[in-house]
Design a protein around this ligand. Sequence first.
Ligand code: SGN
Ligand code: CA
Length: 534
Amino acid sequence: MKASFAILSILLLIFISSCADETSEEKEKKRPNIVFIMSDDHAYQAISAYNDKLIQTPNIDRLANEGMLFTNASVTNSICAPSRAVILTGKHSHINGKIDNLTPFDTTNVTFPQILQKAGYQTAMFGKLHFGNNPKGFDEFKILPGQGDYYNPKFITQKGDTTIQGYVTDITTDLTLDWMEKRRDTTKPFLLMYLHKAPHRSWLPAKRHYTEFAKKTFPLPETLFDDYANRGTAAATAEMNILKHMTYNYDNKVYPEIIEELGIKDRELNNPIERMTSEQRASWDSIYGPINADFKKRYPNMNDSTLMVWKYQRYMQDYLGTIAAVDENVGRVLDYLDEEGLTENTLVVYTSDQGFYLGEHGWFDKRFMYDESFTTPLLIRWPHEIAPHTTSDEMVQNLDFAQTFLEAAGVNAPDNMQGESLMPLLKGETEKWDRDAVYYHYYEYPAEHAVKRHYGIATEDFKLIHFYFDVDEWELYDRKKDPMEMNNVYDDPAYADTVTEMKEKLTAIREKYNDSDALSEQYIDIYKDKGLIE
Ligand code: SGN
Ligand code: CA
């Protein structure tokens, strides 16, 4: 009797514990996978879900068709490594300390992948990080050193460095799919950071795309010939004008001997086409050779305006050519999720580390708080939670990712993260979202492209910017009446009340995020210590 009671008790215990196991397994299944896809310098103007006048991106667009398109997503500091630090920490640059591409990332910062890893997520990162140090909180990573290379790139891995022959966008995807297929534990949720180098300068497309894109011509942006009137010193002195600052050899792919023959003055940069194998180079020359020959013939009769148009077209052909490979490869990853039945409960993000100028204001590059570099593309799909074909016009930022992912995974976010979870917006509960302004602060100056230090605030209607350090200039833009930001109305008496109101809001938001002039001074001192300024 006693024995059968004991057996019964044991059986009961086994039953209870197996029930408990089942529920935790069930729970595990409910936690979403997170696939964070980010490219580098991908302008929203070059995604057909936003605008199809430049390129078709059917695979990236799938995320909007099957999920949510954000029309008003921005970054807090429009430059590569700082944006990545904001994304990983959920804190503004002045708090996480990664203010520019030069200072190393402070690895005592807590990042959301570290928190997810502790919470039982599998974590992997492939592609471009650009931190100068390796990421913490990842089971596996294979990352490009610094900016990385388009052709035959080197990767940093946990087992040492390796060079892989081929094209970076394809290789980054191969590594990603390989991890998902072979080394992922299918019983656990995962965080995958799949980070493209493209379409970063100097825009080297894959063979299949330069062959196609080198023949195309693109519509000119309305402000290609901007003369920077009605704005401050910063716009006029920035060195990112396509005609004046884009290089012939490195950017526009004109051969050095032709530059010399034509007597063109060009800034010499280390040309990455030198990395190509002879076979890759021969194929490249079969397309770029005739372009060079044609340019040589036409150059003597070109003026500033025809030259600007020629350089813009060359720029777009290569820039957009690199995006075509990103789009195809995003398609490969989305197809894999479909095939494995993972689509329904995987939160997929597509974004860029910041926006980019595609000839607007005559520019390339980013850095400014003006629209094309402040705005970043953002598309999110998660069929389990997000209705298809939805759009959000709310002001969201790269600052919000960390808390969004933590909430999606059912993990508490640390109190000192500064963003807001996008979960209410994803679920269509817009009434729970009440942000009415976002904050911005850019630091990397003096530096390449000469964009002055500035901070500012944007509301739906206005943008107020303060340029400081070697100037003390304010700019106000009426976002509704002047979406191209061609007129600084800061001194216009009609906007006097708006200036007062926006300045009050700016003071309040700086207090909220703990930014101050004293901190700005400290970050200037770092440049002094490094001898970058006197
Ligand atoms: C490089 C580029 C710049 C670019 C920065 C930052 N020059 O320095 O044009 O602004 O990267 O880009 S290059 O001659 O090296 O191509 S970022 O995306 O990494 O912030
Ligand atoms: Ca970038």
